[in-house]
Design a protein around this ligand. Sequence first.
Ligand code: FES
Ligand code: FE2
Length: 415
Amino acid sequence: MFSREENELLTRVGPGTPMGELMRRYWIPALLSEEVPVPDCPPVKVRLLGEGLVAFRDSKGRVGLLDEHCSHRGSSLFYGRNEECGLRCIYHGWKYDVEGNVLETPAEPSDSDFKNKIHHPTYPCREVAGIIFTYMGPKEKLPLFPEYEWVKLSADRTHVVKFYLECNYLQGLEGDFDSSHTSFLHCNNLKDLARLNRDGAPTLEAEETSYGMLAISIRKLGPEQNYLRLSPFIMPAFSIVPGPATAKFEETDIRAFRFWIPIDDTSTWFYILSMRDTPFTSEEKTSARSWVDSIYRRIRNAGNTYLQDRELQKTVSYTGIKAVIPAEQDGCATESMGPIYDRTKEHLGYSDKTIIALRRLLLKAVKTVQEGRESPHVIKDAESNHFSHLRSIKGVLPANAPWRQLLEGEGKSDE
Ligand code: FES
Ligand SMILES: [Fe+2]
């Protein structure tokens, strides 16, 4: 049972909150590169961990992430003029560079050095794989950027989409470590119900790792074999999950890194960064973009009851919600819990074992930061920055084989 205090601790992310402080110790996605596509393009509003910010790409292509409100008297810099390597407030013309230096204060006397005494709040940015990452924590604790697999891949081998989620980040994140729901929520063919009854209750394990946690689910495939899925959880709210059990090898070749990033306490950006060894075609990238509208809302959302079709639910699929990708069905399950689910009302069973492990891990990390110690998986030295082989794994093993064999490449990657 989760107490009210624990629920508050893990779900509140604004400045000064314990979970907010933990999240601010890591590089996290702030926006997509495509939102500020070219130098001197219009700035965009970015809301992140409850803070109002503005992102702009300057004349040299550098991205700045600034406090939204002008340091002079607070007008929104979203309406500013993006020109000649700086963002200029439209009220009295103060101009800022990407680092928050005040370049000009044209309404002040020409001999004034007022501008040198002011520094506008900004956060550092790093652009990787079509995502602009930021670090919002204390400057002296700035970590190295983790060397995940996608950091070094060429642009044609990655593509990224994001979705707006109308609920707290933790509801979405927990879904990634809820292995049993895939047999139900994502059952798109009721003829599979026999299979669903066979493997709907997997055996679960969770093991703490240097980067967070490895979640293991084990399903029986007849008396002789097991089907296993290994999914990393990465601090503070990232995951890698394997593709569907029925996918052919070519499809499983796509790997997806997922980020659950709080906009504030009750809304979330969910980023899916896909990668594979062969280039994505422009058609594939375009088709992924069609899953959402111009402001990254899913076509099926709470406002239209996810376009649920009750006839379809009786005859074809478990949910009656068509989904180009499973996240559309996940959106219904997690948003319908409410903006911040009151976990004091839940009844956790065996199938929630990995979620319990995830919450324990997060609570421990929050406490670590509260006590002034270093948060887990914050990388300070290049020697320990080796995460390019961190992947999800799925495969088949003999029924009596330990799951660890899969880490050693003993399992088959195709069912
Ligand atoms: S409020 Fe921005 S320049 Fe005055
Ligand atoms: Fe799901």
